[in-house]
Ligand binder design. Sequence first.
Ligand code: DLL
Length: 433
Amino acid sequence: MLYWNRTCECMPRDEMMKLQTERLIAAVNRVYHNVPFYREKMQARGLEPGDIRTLDDLKKLPFSYKKDLRDTYPYGMFAVPLSEIVRIHASSGTTGKQIVVGYTRKDLDTWSEVMARTLVSANVTRESFVQIAYGYGLFTGGLGAHYGAERIGASVIPASGGNTRRQIQIMADFGTTTLACTPSYALYMAEEIEEAGIKKGDLKLKSGVFGAEPWSLEMRKQIEERLGIMAIDIYGLSEIIGPGVASECSCQNGLHVQEDHFIPEIIDPETEEVLPPGSKGEIVFTTITKEGFPLIRYRTRDLSMLTYEACDCGRTTVRMEKVTGRSDDMLIIRGVNVFPSQIESVLLHIGETTPNYQLIVDRVDNLDVLEVDVEMTPSMFSDEIKQIADIERKIRKELDWVLGINAKVKLVEPKSIARSEGKAKRVIDRRKL
Ligand code: DLL
């Protein structure tokens, strides 16, 4: 099977643009009438739904930002009565609160459809065994991949994340053919497989769908060689639907955007001006079929580029370049999105140290590790080691509780973190991506 939905994936461009236009007009009407946030923003610009008639009119519409989701927390941007919502997911915001997204039954159906398309690009069929080692829960990775694989009729192994030994045992015994997890976890598994003395020929693994964090071509090469598979990059974000927004095909040359559901634009992150195809900038998405939580011109902060050139696979959808960076300071640590500002609010909340801190991110044995260095107050400097260790433990527990990340916390001497004359350098990222 080459495509899951040839009609939508290989649609002639003019037909796709016609479909997108119809859907965009309907989406703008829906948000205008059902979400006060959009109505007020459009009215402030003197816009009415009738002003949006073509795809080119998209650029008249105001952008939406992560901050808007926080300000309307939890359900303020939903476009249907809550009784229509059948699923809730969440992801980290820039401060303490998560951002919340909701799906109607039709949204879940769309999500399974786009994930089925994604998995077919990695050659998943009814005969496949798909081991899902993305986390299940509020994170969209686990359940997103799950429903897509089920839609195809593959045998789904809902392993969820963690417990690597057991993952490998399952992989070997159950005959996993496709692995779905973050690329760093795939590499870690490869290492554990080698250590356990299992040869790649002993496994049935043939492909992997990896995403949720940036990964380099070098990393792809390593995963492919060490696991003996084809590794496909899959992209998405909770706000837009979760995984399934865009994915590579077997040509591995850019990620096909599921354009009949999500319209991408590239903008200059500073001026917000729309850039032509082939320019690098921030990718912005408008959802045109979502019911529960539609988003208009959502600023993802992910940096990419669009190309409308035909792809050898036969799909006609626009491709986005692999995402390798962001236009903000969000870090992805073991698949968890972390903003330095969240760590800062934890430190300020505890209030027993100075607010001078630095985050050191590294990759040890293919797993991300985070160290949080915090300057002590001068009075603490003379404290007993035990007292210092107690505060370190307290910060570590709070970070784990608030952010769900396991960090090493180190209290350092007052004034030992380099001061900067401009912006503080909060993050040292030693991972080679
Ligand atoms: O990470 C959804 C997902 C799950 C995608 C499983 C792929 C596989 P969030 O937790 O909301 O959703 O994080 C979204 O992760 O804005 C990017 O910065 C980053 N990201 C996701 N996929 C990729 C990728 C999921 N393939 C944020 N390459 C996004 C680079 C990625 N970054």
